[in-house]
Write a protein that binds this ligand. Structure first.
Ligand SMILES: [Zn+2]
Length: 50
């Protein structure tokens, strides 16, 4: 199965088959939990194939 994952430095892991949605989820998480505004490129750089 192919998909994507992003692991936040706080330990939360996001998984999705869709890169767009995982990037959006990670950006929302960073904003809500860490008060951090990731831009699209920064969030994308954290995406790993899983
Ligand atoms: Zn986090």
């Amino acid at each position: 199965m192919s998909g994507y994952s992003i692991e936040c430095p706080c330990g939360v892991v996001f998984r999705s088959g869709d890169e767009e949605s995982i990037v959006a989820e990670a950006r929302q998480h960073a904003h809500e939990v860490h008060d951090l505004d990731l831009d699209d490129g920064q969030a994308r750089a954290m995406v790993q194939p899983s």
